[in-house]
Design a protein around this ligand. Structure first.
Ligand SMILES: [Zn+2]
Ligand SMILES: [Zn+2]
Length: 244
């Protein structure tokens, strides 16, 4: 049995009632250190000390600007425990730069003294980080940034996560391999022929038709998403829990 707890379910603009997308897998894995990750972890009843793995899909602010707060809170205990940080190539330097930008660059060094922080760059194979076995699958989001979705091995089932994506081969691979896929539905609509960088109601429906066995759970929702246009998908609110 796997439990997903949604700390936030909104897109970059944090529409009314939904903060920035982030969720916890079984109390020990935090997916996306979004700006509200630390306060919402606590509000959902988790201790920062229970987080053994932090997973980042890409370097957009809504997905990782909560890092300086999380790291500072995690380093409070000074107990030398191991924290794995999984993300795209360059994850360690990107997160260190975030701390510098927030004028808390010393926290990066302090955390290495007080904790055992291990950065794991994704390589597309099945990898292990602490209690988590995962595989990253690259998706197509924006041309200037690499973005990865993930497959999480939860024993007798696989939980997938899309990251931010458009319909692409990577997303198809994730949907095919997942029993449950947490998938973004930013709701961005562009005129025909104009490239998009996100999913919308139409592309979610196409995914449902192509992979009817895969249970879809929507997150990263924009205010403009018409949820009445969709059926057969789960749409959690912030702080909802889903048991698989
Ligand atoms: Zn995003
Ligand atoms: Zn993004």
């Amino acid at each position: 049995m796997t439990e997903l707890t949604f700390l936030g379910t909104g897109n970059f603009l944090a529409p009314p009632g939904r903060y920035w997308n982030s969720f916890v897998l079984d109390a020990s894995v935090l997916v996306e250190p979004s700006p509200i990750a630390l306060p919402h972890l606590r509000r959902a009843g988790f201790s920062v000390d229970s987080i053994e793995v932090v997973v980042v899909s890409h370097f957009h602010a809504d997905h990782c600007f909560g890092w300086p707060f999380l790291l500072e809170a995690a380093a409070e205990r000074k107990d030398g425990r191991t924290v794995h940080v999984v993300g795209p190539p360059g994850i360690e330097s990107h997160l260190a730069e975030l701390n510098e930008a927030g004028a808390v660059g010393s926290v990066t060094r302090l955390a290495h003294v007080r904790l055992d922080v291990r950065y794991v760059e994704v390589d597309g194979t099945w990898q292990v980080a602490g209690p988590l076995r995962f595989r990253a699958v690259e998706v197509v989001h924006v041309p200037y940034l690499r973005c990865f979705g993930y497959l999480f091995d939860c024993g007798d089932h696989v939980v997938g996560y899309s990251g931010d994506t458009t319909p692409c081969d990577g997303l198809s691979e994730l949907a095919r391999a997942s029993d449950v896929l947490v998938v973004e539905c930013n709701g961005h609509h562009t005129p025909p022929g104009v490239p998009t960088s996100h999913m919308n109601e139409d592309s979610i429906r196409e995914l449902q038709v192509a992979y009817p066995e895969t249970r879809l759970v929507l997150t990263h929702l924009g205010e403009q998403v018409d949820l009445t246009a969709l059926s057969g998908v789960a749409v959690p609110d912030d702080f909802d829990r889903l048991t698989i």
